[in-house]
Design a protein around this ligand. Structure first.
Ligand SMILES: *Cc1c(COP(=O)(O)O)cnc(C)c1O
Length: 469
């Protein structure tokens, strides 16, 4: 059996994750000077989301929509049926989703949050409570805008960056049952799980836990919906780590997860290897009818949902490529290659290493800064200054304010996410990135905090501005 790399069982056999592709087209990169980067970062208010990409050397802000498409996907673009209604490309996408994930009813959306918006509006009534395994920014916001309160029911280990728990995305079943008992099943429109859990560090759920959540939902008469944005990576971890799952294929595990849920939404910009797109997929025909009616209001007709026909072709092809073992070995192998370099040097990172990113523990690295001085935001800025590497904050800024009290939410995790786009960068780029982190790590004692000088109302991490104290 082929040996796949994992943080706990690193492989020395280089070919175990060598890229299963070669490069046919290249996009030039520009290296900037330190002075140019200082001026760019000041102009961006120390928010990496506000930098222009031309000022960035290695862009590890996100793996969302930044993937390299395959020759098959580029070829599929030419097959796009741009009919306003009844596009053949929609039916190809629908058939792919039915075959790979098993949901009968599909609503295409312009990206993941379009699907989150629709499903939240369909299922949630004001005053409802939605339990989930740690929040995701856009998921929770749409649940709150629909009138629900989100309650985190993830296992405690997820909030501890040093815990080596192999499935830190798991739901704590006692916490979930307590939420249902406290509010009553009639106030819980659905349980909202995500595979993998981005904000916990790209941590997977185990199949056994999803089975147990399903049983708990059935006992209480509550539906179960899943954010399958990173399901292929989660399935790879299950195959790697969960007892009894090594002989299953990633495709089989993906299907088992979906079979346990009533519906799902996906941002196709991540695992599905495209630059734009998403969908909602459900089993209940009544939910589907309402969802595709709202699709017409917010996204576009229900056979394109804000996408071009060619986009739907690329997604359909990308979904099939996303569950290939060799692709996932290389993708996650590259993330772990970067992470291992930092672990070896003693830099605090979230353990075990996740699927799409290495998460720096900014609270550990800049331990002299209080959370109010935005240590992760500052650290992301320093990495940019050091080498032109763009990363993002995942801490107190991303967590936003509690809508009831207006106070900062204070997550225990104060992280910088170094996110690796799929099939885009090389091993040498990972080495440059590791060097940049190590350089900042060496001079960490002299790094100060930030003040927030502008704060937008929604999803503030995208547009807030900061200045060094
Ligand atoms: C990116 C993401 C979303 C939102 O999708 P968009 O395509 O960015 O709108 C939702 N859930 C998870 C887990 C994500 O990573």
């Amino acid at each position: 059996m082929s040996q796949t790399p994992s943080p706990d069982r690193p492989t020395t056999r280089r070919h175990s994750w060598a890229e299963p592709y070669k490069i046919k087209m290249v996009e030039p990169l520009q290296v900037t000077s330190r002075a140019e980067r200082e001026s760019a970062l000041a102009g961006a208010g120390w928010n990496t989301f506000l930098l222009r990409s031309r000022d960035v050397y290695i862009d590890l802000l996100t793996d969302s929509g930044t993937n390299a498409m395959s020759q098959e996907q580029w070829a599929a673009l030419m097959l796009g049926d741009e009919a306003y209604a009844g596009s053949e490309s929609f039916y190809r996408l629908e058939r792919t989703i039915q075959e790979v994930y098993g949901y009968p009813f599909v609503v295409p959306t312009h990206q993941g949050r379009g699907a989150e918006h629709i499903i939240s509006q369909v299922l949630i009534s004001p005053g409802d409570v939605v339990p989930g395994n740690m929040y995701f920014t856009t998921t929770r916001l749409h649940q709150e805008l629909a009138g629900a309160a989100f309650v985190d029911v993830i296992v405690d280990e997820a909030h501890d960056p040093a815990s080596e728990h192999p499935f830190k995305g798991d739901v704590d079943l006692d916490k979930l049952q307590r939420v249902i008992d406290e509010h009553g099943a009639e106030r819980i429109p659905y349980v909202s799980i995500a595979v993998t859990v981005n904000m916990a560090g790209g941590q997977p759920m185990s199949l056994a836990n999803i089975v147990a959540v399903r049983e708990l939902c059935d006992r209480n008469g509550v539906p179960l919906y899943c954010d399958i944005t990173r399901i292929a990576e989660n399935a790879w971890f299950i195959r790697e780590r969960e007892p009894g799952c090594a002989q299953l294929s990633v495709a089989e595990i993906v299907r088992r997860i979906c079979d346990l849920t009533d519906g799902a939404w996906m941002s196709a910009k991540k695992d599905a290897l495209v630059n734009i797109g998403g969908f909602l997929a459900v089993r209940d025909e009544g939910v589907f009818d309402e969802a595709r009616n709202l699709c017409v209001v917010y996204e576009g007709l229900h056979t394109y949902g804000g996408l071009a026909g060619r986009d739907m072709e690329a997604i359909a092809q990308g979904i099939r490529e996303s569950i290939a073992q060799a692709h996932l070995d290389a993708r996650i192998g590259q993330v772990h290659y970067l992470g291992q370099q930092l672990v070896r040097e003693g830099v605090p990172v979230v353990r075990p290493l996740g699927g799409h990113a290495v998460f720096l523990d900014a609270a550990g690295i800049l331990a002299h800064l209080p959370q109010d001085q935005f240590p992760a935001q500052r650290l992301a800025g320093e990495l940019y200054l050091e080498a032109g590497v763009r990363t993002m904050e995942r801490g107190i800024v991303s967590a936003g304010r509690d809508p009831r009290t207006g106070e900062h939410r204070r997550p225990r995790l104060e992280l910088v996410r170094i996110t690796i786009p799929r099939r885009v960068y090389t091993q040498a780029h990972m080495d440059v990135t590791a060097d940049a982190v190590l350089a900042v790590w060496d001079r960490r004692a002299s790094v100060g905090g930030l003040d927030m000088t502008f704060e937008p109302k929604y999803l503030r991490f995208f547009q807030a501005r900061f200045a060094p104290r």
